[in-house]
Every structure is written in C-alpha cells, then in structure tokens.
Design a protein around this ligand. Sequence first.
Ligand SMILES: Nc1ncnc2c1ncn2[C@@H]1O[C@H](COP(=O)(O)OP(=O)(O)OP(=O)(O)O)[C@@H](O)[C@H]1O
Ligand SMILES: [Mg+2]
Length: 282
Amino acid sequence: MRPNLLDVEHVNKIFTRGGFVSRRVNHAVNDVSFSLAADKPEVFTIIGESGSGKTTLAGMILNSLSPTSGRIRFRGKDLREIRSRRARLEFMSHVQAIFQNPFDAFNPLKRVDRYLFSAAQRFVECRTSEAAAERADEALHKVGLSLAEVRGRYPHEMSGGQLQRVAIARALVSNPSLIVADEPVSMIDASLRVTVINLFRKLRDEFGVSIIYITHDLATAYYISDRLIIMQKGRVVEGGDARTVLAAPQHPYSIKLRQAVLSVDDAWRDDTFTGGMPATAT
Ligand SMILES: Nc1ncnc2c1ncn2[C@@H]1O[C@H](COP(=O)(O)OP(=O)(O)OP(=O)(O)O)[C@@H](O)[C@H]1O
Ligand SMILES: [Mg+2]
C-alpha cells in the first residue's frame, strides 16, 4: 500500500524555560494526530486562537522543530531520519512553507525575481540562467503572474497580495506535494485575500498540491477547507469534514469560536465571498 503523504502521530511539544527552581513548562502541542492521504490532495486547515500551538505544529511538520515525543512521517519516512544536507534539501523540495507577512519573507534590498532564480538553481538544479528564468516564469504563471511582470522589481514595489503570490510561486518552483501556509492572508488587505485563497484551491485541483492552511479565521476556513482541526491550548478539540464541523460545531470551544468570529467577520465575509472575485484584485 502506498504510504500517506503525511502522518502526524501523537505529537507533543513541550517548551521549558527557567532553571531548576523556577522551571516553567509549556505544553504547546499536546497529543496531536492526523494524516493526509497521498492520492487525494486537499486543503487541511488548522484553526485556533493565538497561542494554541498552530505555528509550533507547523514547525514540526516542516522539520524545523523536533517533537518532544510522537512521530511525524512524510511519505512513510520519519522526519528524524532526515539528517544529511542532501536529505534536507530533498525534503524541502517536497514540503514548502508560506508565512504570514510576505514583506518579512523578502529582503527589501533584493529584487524578487532573484528568489525564484535561486530556488530554481537550488531545487531543480537549473544550470543556466535561461533554464532558471523559464522555471521561474512557469511557477509565476501558476499564481497568475509572469516573469515579465515581476522582473527587476523590489518587494516594496508590489502589493501584499502580489508579493504573497510571488512567495507561493517561489514555493512552487520545486513542484512540492505539500505546502504549509501559516496565516498566509492575515497581513493582506481584505480585498486581495480572496485571490490568494482561491489560489490554494487551484493548486489543489490543477497541480495536486496538498495545503495545510493555518488560520484563526473561520470565514476563509469555511470557504476553502476540505477537512480541519480546531486546536485549543495545544490539543485538537474538534476535527473532521470542514463544512460539517463549521456548520454544527460540537465542542463548547468550537461553538464559542464560531460565534465570536462570525459576528466580527460577517460584513467582510459577505461582500468578499458572496460577491465573487473583486474586480480590483491584482
Ligand atoms: N520557541 C519557543 N519557546 C518557548 N515557548 C514557545 C516557543 N514557541 C512557542 N512557544 C509557546 O508555545 C505556545 C504555542 O505557540 P504558537 O506560536 O505555536 O501558537 P499559535 O497558535 O501559532 O499562535 P498565533 O495565532 O499567535 O500565531 C505559546 O504559549 C507560545 O508562547
Ligand atoms: Mg502562529
């Protein structure tokens, strides 16, 4: 049988601070388990309030943090076995990250096309600048941009939505099968969010990429998720098919979360999502 794309098995992360006398223990991720199938690309969402352990969990999936206990496997392989530089590079070509603020992900003094070229050289071993440019252009087309549009531009010359799409294009250069996106639209202007969110759908449907979408926003989660888990204080308190969970949450925390978020986000959700793609989306 083909192994799953990802298995998160009883994963814990405990941070300890202080010394012998004033030791503080923070159980940031507490016994979390879920799997993503290999043959069924999906948008899997992790929802939870600030401090619930979402980024810590993402860090472990990206293999930049190691679990205190439990195991994470990518295509059946335990992430702890990834040690050599070569193995790490190989893993990174399959599993890519998108972060909250695209302006933090790019050096303001470096032209954005350089990032795509270096990803092409690093992951796909494009040896000539023509080959790297071709690869960059291909990735940019997947996000609705082109190399001609971004060539020579600096981060501040682009909108947050555009720059986040460039970040996604950079992640796509290596043809990953999983993208971990940690609050990818929370710093982006509301009118541009839907373009980025729709892109995740497209990546799933047209390119077979699975997305782990981390958010505290139920409206976007409802709109694009196939499945989701809701985290509170490091634990998964509810999970399953996204529409079922969000339409009829069972856990008291999920019910409270739904009420709180929907009342705040109603106005935004109504005009952004029921009105289709905003005409100004760039
Ligand atoms: N490197 C660290 N050292 C010690 N504690 C940490 C570290 N990273 C995270 N924590 C703690 O772990 C808990 C979970 O943090 P985490 O960043 O994963 O939450 P989050 O759900 O991503 O929150 P947010 O929505 O604000 O991004 C918090 O209590 C945080 O203070
Ligand atoms: Mg976080």
